[in-house]
Design a protein around this ligand. Structure first.
Ligand SMILES: C[S@@+](CC[C@H](N)C(=O)[O-])C[C@H]1O[C@@H](n2cnc3c(N)ncnc32)[C@H](O)[C@@H]1O
Length: 254
């Protein structure tokens, strides 16, 4: 896991990240509704290039966006909304980050499974407002008729060989006694059109399919397999995706 998490330090992963689809707007409506305390300061852990932090910033007082990857944070600064004055970017592991709370909300978009939970929660819990919630957010395309073909490409080339589709990170954290689960929600699907080339490229922003982990021949084989799988469904080189997000929130315990 540690070796795979290190792939986020690679420039090519940060570069490919821009091709991941954005989170649906409903995610940010729901995050805003989960803030009940003042000040409306947010801590975004494993912020990456700010897919959560940048759209959330106009809705809150301040966002501290923390990630241990300098290339990801640099990409975030450059992306639209990355220069908002109420975002503070910080390159640090969350376990030892400098925190400037109290925070009324902690967000973890596709990131908490990478973190050492005990150390992370011990670090953040003392900096929370009385009703602050931790929200774990995952998102991605659903109902893809081409998925079997893409799965074959992933199974051939992914560096993560022990993937368990039934594993639920929020339940695992709760079972460790670190989260008092408050609720879960799934957003309504939104339509997102994406060029086939960008759809293929976003796979290389994942830790297990990073280009630097593959030979150029392997990467070309992966790309060709995905292209072949999606080709019958593309119109003028563009795919129609249905994006959904899932949010789980609760009170983090140290
Ligand atoms: C899949 S990305 C998610 C980025 C962003 N939150 C999003 O939703 O698009 C996971 C991020 O977690 C970061 N990360 C992993 N472990 C971390 C840790 N211990 N402290 C800080 N960041 C960490 C990685 O560098 C990476 O940028």
């Amino acid at each position: 896991m540690t070796e795979l998490a290190a792939t986020f330090q690679q420039e090519a992963v940060a570069e490919a990240y821009q091709h991941r689809p954005p989170y649906p707007d409903e995610v940010f409506d729901r995050l805003e509704a989960l803030i009940t305390d003042e000040p409306r300061r947010v801590l975004d852990i494993g912020a990456g290039e700010g897919a959560i932090a940048r759209p959330l910033a106009p809705r809150v007082e301040h966002v501290d966006a923390i990630d241990f990857s300098a290339p990801m944070i640099e990409a975030g600064r450059q992306r639209p909304g990355g220069d908002q004055p109420n975002i503070t970017w910080q390159v640090n592991p969350i376990e030892t980050a400098e925190l400037d709370g109290p925070y009324a909300l902690v967000t973890a978009g596709a990131s908490i499974h990478w973190m050492p939970w005990e150390e992370t929660f011990a670090r953040i819990v003392p900096h929370l407002t009385p009703n602050a919630q931790l929200v774990v957010i995952e998102h991605g395309p659903v109902d893809m008729p081409w998925w079997d073909g893409v799965m074959q490409a992933i199974q051939r080339h992914s560096r993560k060989k022990n993937h368990d589709p039934k594993y639920n990170v929020v339940e695992a954290i709760r079972d460790r006694g670190l989260l008092e689960l408050g609720g879960t929600a799934r957003t309504a699907p939104v339509t997102y059109h994406q060029k086939v080339t960008d759809y293929i490229e976003q796979f290389h922003s994942t830790s297990s399919l990073a280009r630097d982990l593959m030979t150029p021949e392997e990467a070309a084989d992966f790309d060709a397999m995905v292209e072949e799988a999606v080709r019958p469904y593309a119109k003028d080189g563009v795919l129609e995706l249905k994006i959904e997000a899932e949010l789980s929130w609760g009170r983090p315990l140290a």
